[in-house]
Design a protein around this ligand. Structure first.
Ligand code: OSB
Ligand code: MG
Length: 376
């Protein structure tokens, strides 16, 4: 259990807007830039640690949204902090707040980044049970495409770039003809494929899932709305072979244990932010390890700051086939770290992350709102 006293001078919040290379469409919506919140802890010696709040600017993936995260930090976190604070006390402050997992995760990550001297991996290794790997296998999450030719080209390029798993966003409104056009490409290349519905198949749409359940014997991520266990059970009844990976539905270790005990969990996409941070993620990684549950790390299109931390957790999932943690260049024209994260033959080497530093020039360039919170 991590315990450490930190001196705290101030916390700086940077609301940033980073241009994406390509538009990304999912069951949630279309996005062409990544808006995110960077938290920076600065101690009395002037040393700093960073964390990223990767929820969306709207409440369409989770109830949290970025402008509200700033308000939460200002009203309910900052007043509880003091110039000298133990990490355990910080966890207590965060635990008292119900929900707001992405926001809590950003604050916790920034503290741990500072405590670990910007080397979070070494800190995690103390509490994680699995042995780490040296390179993290990478999968790509491909948005919804309507033009079959464009879709074909994106897939061909992803295969050429060496991705070890292609994850396709799906929704009930998809015209499956775009998939007819690429099935042979995927099958001939023996690409490992899965689908992610972002909870978009409601009761009346379940029949439209048949194509995806039957064409590939694979896993579907979050097929049904996260709060509708009845719809999930109906889907399982309609498709006895349906294998499910949970994303939005798992916000805590309690959610995970419940789904595991109910025997509906085949796999979990663990997002550090979604479960409220690194401490909670470590508990989940250990639980999955002890119960032989397949677990991999998902992303929210994080900038390099959140991505490095995600990759450091992914290193402790030696059995994962691939994680949604692509190199910087897949997402952004320019990232806010330097050097940017690179992929080599479908893997990201864990050691390469140690030399990455925040690119302050880019961080400032992309900032649309900066808030300085002093601690008294
Ligand atoms: O459902 O996994 C998801 C991005 C934003 C919100 C939800 C999801 C995603 C992704 C992106 O799939 C994965 C990535 O960051 O590469
Ligand atoms: Mg998902």
């Amino acid at each position: 259990m991590i315990d450490h006293i930190i001196t705290l001078d101030r916390i700086e919040l940077y609301l940033i807007d980073v241009p994406q290379k390509h538009q990304f469409k999912s069951g949630i919506g279309i996005r062409s830039s990544k808006k995110t919140l960077i938290c920076k802890w600065i101690d009395k010696k002037g040393q700093s640690g960073y964390g990223e709040c990767s929820c969306r600017p709207d409440p369409y993936y989770s109830a949290e949204f970025l402008d509200a995260s700033i308000l939460l930090i200002q009203k309910f976190i900052i007043p509880k902090l003091s110039p000298e604070i133990s990490f355990k006390h910080l966890l207590d402050v965060l635990k008292q707040i119900r929900g707001w997992n992405f926001t809590k995760s950003a604050i916790e990550s920034a503290a741990l980044d500072l405590i670990s001297n910007n080397n979070i991996g070494s800190l995690l290794s103390k509490d994680l049970k699995p042995s780490p790997v040296k390179k993290v296998p990478v999968g790509i999450s491909i948005g919804i495409h309507t033009d079959p030719k464009e879709f074909y080209d994106v897939i061909q390029q992803s295969i050429e770039e060496g991705y070890q798993r292609l994850k396709f966003k799906i929704s009930p409104s998809i015209d499956t003809k775009v998939f007819d056009a690429v099935n042979s490409l995927l099958l001939e290349n023996k690409v490992y494929v899965n689908f992610d519905a972002n909870g978009s198949y409601h009761e009346d749409d379940l029949k439209k899932m048949a194509y995806f359940v039957h064409t590939y014997e694979t896993i579907i991520e979050q097929p049904t709305p996260p709060d509708r266990f009845d719809v999930l059970m109906h889907a399982k009844q309609l498709y006895p072979d349906l294998k499910i990976c949970f994303d939005e539905e798992v916000k805590s270790i309690g959610d995970l244990i419940k789904l595991h005990k109910l025997n509906v969990l085949d796999e979990v996409n663990l997002k550090v932010g979604r479960v409220g941070g690194l401490t909670n993620s470590m508990q989940i990684v250990n639980y999955c390890f002890e119960h032989n549950i397949s677990c991999w790390i998902g992303g929210m299109f994080e900038t390099g700051i959140g991505r490095i931390q995600n990759l450091n957790v992914a290193a402790f999932l030696p059995n994962a086939k691939a994680h949604d943690l692509s190199p910087s260049s897949r997402y952004f024209k320019e990232d806010i770290i330097f050097p940017e994260i690179q992929m080599e033959n479908g893997f990201i080497p864990v050691d390469s992350l140690k030399s990455c530093k925040v690119n302050s020039e880019n961080l400032n360039k992309f900032t649309t709102n900066k808030v300085v919170c002093t601690i008294s």
